[in-house]
Design a protein. Structure first.
Length: 130
């Protein structure tokens, strides 16, 4: 996700922080921040939220999404949709917005899909347990 890295670098520079400064606050190596910015590494959802807080930007900004509808999601659902494996939800939501589907309808749909995905993961975990 080179776009994410560019946004992190841009926001970091706007705050007049070095990679070393950001790394220290995050509790990671400078090379980790460098990897995020180069696009060779992606922060986990919790780290992405911390980066956004530290740099005083939204995760939407870092991910390149408009705030119109995603900020209305619960924090739990926001964390769910920013996981790379779940970006399909964001893609579908954007397409629905392009077709003027009401925001509330999109939110209900994403909530239902996320709930179904969680149930499937739980069921898969039960199948694999002794």
């Amino acid at each position: 996700m080179k776009f994410l890295g560019a946004k992190i670098a841009e926001a970091r520079k706007d705050k007049k922080l070095s990679q070393r400064d950001l790394a220290k606050v995050l509790g990671v190596a400078k090379s980790t921040v460098g990897g995020y910015e180069a696009g060779s590494r992606n922060p986990d959802p919790e780290t992405l939220l911390r980066i956004a807080e530290i740099l005083d930007v939204s995760t939407d900004y870092l991910l390149g999404h408009k705030k119109e509808w995603i900020d209305t999601l619960s924090p739990e659902l926001q964390r769910f949709v920013i996981i790379p494996e779940n970006h399909v939800f964001l893609h579908v939501a954007k397409k629905l917005k392009d077709y003027d589907v009401p925001t509330q309808t999109i939110i209900v749909l994403i909530e239902a899909l996320a709930k179904d995905a969680r149930h499937r993961l739980e069921a898969r975990g039960k199948e694999n347990s002794p």
